[in-house]
Design a protein. Structure first.
Lengths: 339, 339
């Protein structure tokens, strides 16, 4: 494996830390640990995400997409906190068989590194270290972001009466996976891009500081992720399914019913799911519009249990109950007790 | 997998963050990211280490040892920087087949969690978050430590004339692996403990701040790791092989030749390899003795190329050249250019 390790050093060491010292990295790749000098008055947001071959991505996906995607899904957690990217650490487990052919290995690593390092530059998240091992192809990325102290967006701040909203459009991740499985390989296809080259909503998250009452990124699907906010915040929620912003071309690719299901449960969208006091909605929409990002109201937070009657409560607003559905979380995932 | 995820929450959420808020964690497990408020005047040391089944540990090793070991090898990198432990993030990839039997899965996870969480408490490294996925059993642990600004021990500070020294004793990791492969299963066997339940040299690292000129932990074997210091510092080195402190029982278990080879190249020892100005050696030994840790001089840094003649230079000190050997690094791993 030594030759591969040399390749890694060649592809990942240079450039990854450009400008990093001015942002507080006092020692980068190549020692037992990297050293950082954090800015005072800021909290650090830290998260780790693992991507495993054939679980989180197809084994035959382009190497560049894997590099991009492994970092993007981790950076997306920083976006969900309203944080700015700072540093990342990459734990890369390489499949020795995949690297047996030196030329193929070099091409694969070059593509993977390009995707990863382009993401580092794009999301201002300098590579500060890592570990390369052999095993089954998997990538664990630890990201560190920065947010002014006390201003991070949490899952626990939603209140009864708050609007539920999402950035961008939904269902593209699941739609892209479906297309990939059908054999589509054109990375310029907008749905495939959504799945393989997702873009973390960093700008949106920062713009929503002080406006949103809670936030998280949509990785497991809107309903499952809304369950996390409901549980952490101790609220229930009703959604207007007809209001869900669908990814361009999703209906044409999947049909209307599957498109809606993809938007509700498909996952891999990496948009932000937020709640806001109604008074903040217009201001938040204006703030995001400046960055070219849509923010769409899709529902409302209600008191626990009231969701059962929400269709009646809200049907006058839509002229019929068909469009409103109440969702009890299928898996509220009580990592924090309701407050 | 949902049931397993609930188990994870049960085993890892409580207790892991006890006292963490007072140490600067403002938001722990259960949101998109954890939030930390670092202390001013301190640098953060961050490192990630991946342990893969059948690569870094045997698949049939006790679950508790795996939890302990996965954290220990990461914390060892903090020790090598002279840092104090603060926080960790655990990316755990679980083998679904291993967890098919619910009772066996519960027992395995309980043991694993006990090993990991006991380590968190022991090394004051609070679990701040993580990710659980399915795939082939692997654990990536990101650790964050703290060191007074400017006082971290680096690989690049060794100077010609410095003493080369190691903490504790060597060869125990390789000896333990050999015993495990022979069928030894008593975790109280000192060599097996060295391999499966290594103890990061945190106290030693902190005590050596201001005394050592360079440091790293011995994970890949003394010779390979010395190559990293030589390359980063731009020095050569000569070792007195007869001076290597061997782990208790190593010679009896492996024979004299294999014991020496284990100490030189075996890896998995997680002792510290340091260089010091000769004037600091006695003070460093006294400082470590207070913590019950031996610090043994095993060689000296020489100018690049001088190592070739080192045997002649030094033989007068030992009465013969047999005990001295010069080692050109088998893989200098130039992650940093020599200075």
């Amino acid at each position: 494996m030594l030759a591969e390790f040399d390749l890694i050093r060649r592809y990942f060491t240079p450039g990854g830390t450009a400008g990093a010292e001015s942002r507080g990295m006092t020692l980068g790749v190549g020692d037992d640990a990297s050293l950082l000098l954090p800015r005072s008055g800021h909290e650090l947001a830290v998260s780790v995400d693992t991507s495993v071959v054939d679980v989180h991505f197809p084994g035959d996906a382009p190497a560049r997409a894997l590099g991009h995607r492994a970092l993007a899904v981790a950076v997306s957690d920083l976006a969900a906190m309203g944080a700015r990217g700072r540093f990342c650490w990459m734990a890369l487990t390489l499949d020795a068989q995949r690297l047996a052919d030196e030329h193929a290995a070099e091409a694969w690593l070059a593509g993977y590194a390009r995707g990863f390092m382009d993401g580092c530059a794009r999301w201002e998240t300098a590579l500060a270290g890592g570990d390369v091992t052999s095993g089954r192809l998997a990538i664990s990325v630890t990201v560190m972001g920065e947010v002014p102290a006390g201003q991070a967006l949490r899952r626990s701040g939603a209140r009864v009466g708050d609007v539920v909203a999402v950035t961008g459009a939904l269902g593209g991740g699941a739609g892209g996976l479906e297309l990939w499985q059908r054999g589509e390989r054109d990375l310029d296809h907008p749905l495939l891009r959504r799945y393989l080259l997702p873009e973390p909503a960093l700008e949106a998250g920062m713009a929503l500081r002080g406006l949103a009452s809670s936030a998280m990124d949509i990785s497991d699907g809107l309903l499952a992720d809304l369950g996390h906010i409901r549980c952490a915040s101790g609220v229930d929620a009703v959604l207007k399914v007809d209001a869900l912003p669908l990814a361009d071309g999703l209906g044409a690719a999947l049909g209307a019913d599957e498109a809606r299901r993809a938007a509700l449960s498909g996952g891999d969208d990496y948009e932000l799911l937020v709640t806001l006091p109604p008074a903040n909605l217009a201001r938040a929409q204006q703030a995001l519009e400046a960055a070219g990002i849509a923010l769409t109201a899709i529902g409302r937070c209600v008191a626990p249990g009231e969701g059962q009657n929400a269709a009646e409560i809200l049907e006058t607003a839509t002229g019929g109950r068909r469009g409103w559905q109440h969702f009890t979380s299928p898996d509220p995932a009580p990592t924090e007790p309701p407050r």
